[in-house]
Design a protein around this ligand. Structure first.
Ligand code: HAM
Length: 453
């Protein structure tokens, strides 16, 4: 009888287009931004809010605008088993406003300051710095219209980069309000109509329904055409002009570098008055990808069914910010940097090492180990790679003598220490050299700009 072996078909799965794995060696960059965000939020009085990844599709359609790129082309939406049209969030603001209304936050002392961090989804064409799943840090101040809130939001956005020694500039504009914008849109249409046939296909489509977006077109031909277009700031109503002047005065006071840029109109329909983006200081205006952006959105809460509530906020893209961090060669320390490596030789030593590892950790010492390795050479190589200051070696002889070998990894000097006194001995040695990385991170200063050295 012949036995036919069943052929097992192996399928190797790959990442879905536009997605990204964040591997262990990348995590330090993400943690840096997470720590920085938490510290900045605490300093300026923002509380964390976590809203679901999924919301009703209609929430985004109403907030971002039915003719925005996000809603027209980039939504990840599906009909769930209950027949509801659901979407993965393309941004945080709409979900946060929904939560603000739903949880009656209006009745709390205003303004409400909230921050979030997490993934968003946009079905766009992936390219450098553009993914279909990407992470945002998001800050909102809801319930106050004073220009000082716009300035504080821009300050917070700038601070995140400043603390990491990343040179950025705020590109700022005001797109007015429902009273003064329509008149400007007419002026702009009037100016552009003589060039209409020369505009890119996308801009031609935007001419009637979303003329402002022609201003931030990435197409070269459009950019040439809009160069001399009339600017919204010259058509603001008195209230909007006054508000914008105040925002700029606050920024001057705070010495935040900014550039007036009439092309910052943003891709979401809910903005009113202040709009801004954070660009790398050396970014080429024709091709730059914003690190972050935001602005005021005084009509959104009402549009979503709440009472009229002014608000302002921003979001930063983490992938782009991390790329920028790497380009600028900012060195980030590992948040876990072991000082000690625990090496062992033989079965009995390994057993003893397990307990010793716990004892060292419980005493607040940062330890790494090579339990899975048996040879000393391999373990010392690991210790070297980790950059520890000392390696403790527990061998057969040491086990009998009740001693532990302590090896200074820099000078290679080895000494025998009484096993009972090993924790105190390690603490004594480390106290001389130890730099508490976590405390530095708390100060928001866990980085060095290599180029600045
Ligand atoms: P946004 O400009 O659409 O604004 O996105 C903010 C940032 O998210 C961008 O500057 C960019 O860094 C990043 N980003 C956007 N799309 C992608 C993508 N496909 N791949 C990688 N990064 C991306 C908003 O989302 C508003 N909700 C900001 C806001 C908050 N306005 C008021 N409050």
């Amino acid at each position: 009888m012949t036995i036919i072996k069943k052929e097992v078909k192996r399928k190797q799965y790959q990442l879905i287009k536009g997605m990204k794995d964040i591997l262990p060696e990348e995590q330090k960059y993400w943690q840096t931004f997470e720590v920085m965000t938490k510290n900045t939020a605490d300093k300026y009085g923002f509380q964390k809010i976590s809203t679901p990844l999924v919301e009703h599709f209609d929430l985004f359609r109403r907030s971002a605008g039915a003719v925005s790129d996000i809603v027209e082309k980039e939504m990840y939406n599906f009909v769930d088993k209950g027949g509801e049209n659901i979407a993965l969030r393309p941004e945080f603001t709409a979900g946060i406003c929904r939560a603000y209304i739903e949880h009656g936050m209006l009745n709390l002392p205003q303004p409400i300051k909230l921050y979030s961090i997490g993934p968003c989804f946009r079905y766009d064409q992936p390219q450098s710095g553009r993914y279909r799943q990407f992470y945002q840090l998001n800050f909102e101040i809801i319930g106050e219209q004073d220009a000082i809130c716009d300035a504080q939001i821009i300050l917070v956005a700038s601070k995140i980069y400043q603390k990491l020694n990343l040179p950025t500039v705020v590109q700022i504009n005001s797109i007015g309000c429902a009273d003064c914008r329509p008149a400007y849109e007419e002026v702009l249409r009037d100016h552009l109509k003589k060039y209409r046939s020369k505009l890119s296909e996308v801009s031609q489509k935007r001419f009637a329904k979303n003329v402002l977006r022609i201003l931030d077109s990435k197409e070269k031909t459009d950019q040439e055409i809009v160069k001399d277009a009339p600017q919204q700031v010259d058509y603001l109503c008195d209230d909007c002009r006054q508000h914008f002047i105040q925002v700029l005065e606050y920024l001057d006071e705070l010495e935040i570098p900014y550039a007036l840029n009439p092309r910052i109109v943003r891709g979401l329909d809910y903005y009113t008055r202040t709009t801004f983006e954070i660009w790398p200081a050396e970014g080429d205006p024709a091709t730059v990808s914003a690190l972050g952006g935001g602005g005021r959105y005084d009509g959104l809460v009402e549009l979503l069914g709440g009472r009229p509530t002014p608000a302002v906020g921003f979001a930063v893209g983490l992938e782009r910010s991390i790329n920028f961090l790497k380009e600028q060669k900012v060195e980030i320390f590992e948040s876990f940097q072991p000082d000690i490596f625990l090496a062992q030789l033989g079965v009995e030593s390994r057993k003893k090492s397990l307990a010793l590892f716990e004892k060292l950790c419980d005493s607040g010492i940062q330890v790494s180990e090579g339990f899975a390795k048996s040879g000393l050479k391999a373990q010392l190589e690991m210790a070297n790679k980790l950059g520890v200051k000392y390696t403790l070696i527990v061998g057969q002889k040491e086990l009998i003598d009740g001693t532990i070998m302590i090896r200074d990894m820099e000078g290679g000097i080895q000494e025998m220490v009484d096993a009972k006194k090993i924790v105190a001995e390690v603490q004594k040695r480390l106290a001389k050299t130890q730099l508490n990385i976590n405390n530095i991170a708390k100060e928001g200063d866990n980085c060095q700009n290599q180029t600045a050295k």
